[in-house]
Design a binder for this molecule. Sequence first.
Ligand SMILES: [Zn+2]
Length: 175
Amino acid sequence: MMKKEKQKLIIPFVGLKPGLHRFEFEIDSTFFEQFDYSIIKEGDFKIKVDFEKKKNLFNLNFKIKGKITASCDRCLEPLTLKVKGEESLIVKFGETTFNETDEIKVISPAEYELDLTNDIYQYAHLLMPTKVTHENKKDCNPEIIEQLYKLTTKQESKKVDPRWAALSKLKDKSE
Ligand SMILES: [Zn+2]
């Protein structure tokens, strides 16, 4: 079986004049499908990149806007989140990636294009909130919420709160 070719996000910088250039990328669910452990399964993003070509380095600024479809942590129904954010990146040339950080990327002097596939994949994930829920509780699926409520109250009634037990003893004595 042939492995699926990655949808790559590339800036071919070799022919560019020094100065500012604008690039735009659009990605959708098929972009995220090519990564085995993507948290985002469904999403559409538009990425605008201001790419400044300097003599020995590149300055990049990303404006990212998108929609992510995920399931609500409260009621498990799918919901769509609108997200946006900005990121910046400095690209330097070097033989080792030893000095790389989240903000500095090092590429070989032999490169003629800049591959931003993994960077943009990460930026999209940074925009994903840690908790995904419908904004208002009333937007959640009421049937599922009720089922979950029944489950948790069943579990809770099994445990007896020790403070409550102590109180009920006192109450017994006073009677
Ligand atoms: Zn919900």
